[in-house]
Design a protein around this ligand. Structure first.
Ligand code: HPA
Length: 278
């Protein structure tokens, strides 16, 4: 265990040095682009695009809907490091492995994580295409990226999670949405499940009873590492489908992608507005 933790730390440090030599000025913001939402990467100016396989120790995405590029550049007048394609627990990674990029970029100097995903709606008031600003989360993935020896230089052993999602950033996102007439924007609780199987009607009912408004298979591990590293966090879920336990419809992955594609324009508008106003 101790050896594995030391190996992980060495790998992180090697990758930080590798990127520091290439990325120019430190990125301020880590942008994690979720399912079907990677198109915003095309708007990055002065882009330096590094395919994941060129970066030492970076995990590789096994999901075909996710490209695998780390892109440094300027977006909305901010220096960003965009992860186009993320890693999931269901692919077989531990949450420590799949959060490697966020850990590395936080040590490179980023101070804010803007994380996005496509999610299933549990709140019956939501409709496909709703953008949910994440106000809190439940972690139902049976793993924690901070499990094992703590690296005190990276963050505290027991990070406080009373205010994971920065209230000022939530308010800013809601304000930007209203100024851009983006109608379907709400704030709610995201629950992360391990996947890859989707929820049964009974599980859907249970997750809703637990207080969740949307469900997905990502985001929470990255957010835990960001909190540990002292970053401010803003999370946005694109609600692709809404699951009603009493009238459950089959969930098709192709439909999730299609919905993500349809909502992408609004989503890009919101993210750009938030970045410009930070
Ligand atoms: N469940 C879990 N993950 C998802 C869903 C869902 O219904 N939709 C998009 N990602």
């Amino acid at each position: 265990m101790k050896q594995a933790a030391e190996d992980f730390q060495n790998e992180v440090e090697t990758t930080v040095s590798f990127l520091r030599e290439r990325c120019g000025e430190r990125p301020e913001i880590i942008l994690v682009l979720g399912t079907g939402l990677g198109g915003i990467a095309e708007k990055i100016e002065n882009a330096l695009c590094l395919p994941y396989e060129m970066i030492p120790h970076f995990p590789r995405s096994t999901v075909t809907s996710h490209a695998g590029n780390l892109i440094f550049g300027i977006l909305g007048n901010k220096r960003v490091a965009a992860l186009q394609g993320r890693f999931h627990y269901y692919e077989g990674y531990s949450t420590r492995e799949l959060t490697f990029p966020v850990r590395v970029l936080s040590l490179l100097g980023a101070r804010l994580l803007l994380v996005t995903n496509a999610a299933g709606g549990l709140n019956p008031a939501y409709a496909p295409g709703t953008l949910m600003i994440i106000s809190d989360h439940l972690n139902f993935i049976p793993d924690n990226p901070l499990r094992g020896p703590n690296v005190d230089d990276w963050g505290p052993r027991f990070p406080d999670c009373s205010r994971v999602y920065d209230p000022d950033l939530i308010a800013l996102a809601i304000d930007c949405a209203s100024r851009h007439n983006i109608a379907k924007v709400v704030a709610g609780t995201y629950v992360a499940i391990p996947g890859p199987s989707l929820e049964t009607p009974a599980e859907t009912r249970f997750l809703r009873m637990c207080g969740a408004d949307a469900v997905g298979m990502s985001t929470v591990p990255e957010v835990i590492v960001a909190v540990h590293a002292g970053l401010r966090v803003l999370g946005i879920s694109m609600v692709a489908n809404v699951n009603d336990p009493d009238n459950f419809q089959p969930i098709r992955f192709e439909e999730i992608l299609e919905q993500a594609g349809q909502a992408e324009g609004t989503f890009v508008q919101l993210v750009m507005a938030v970045l410009r106003n930070l």
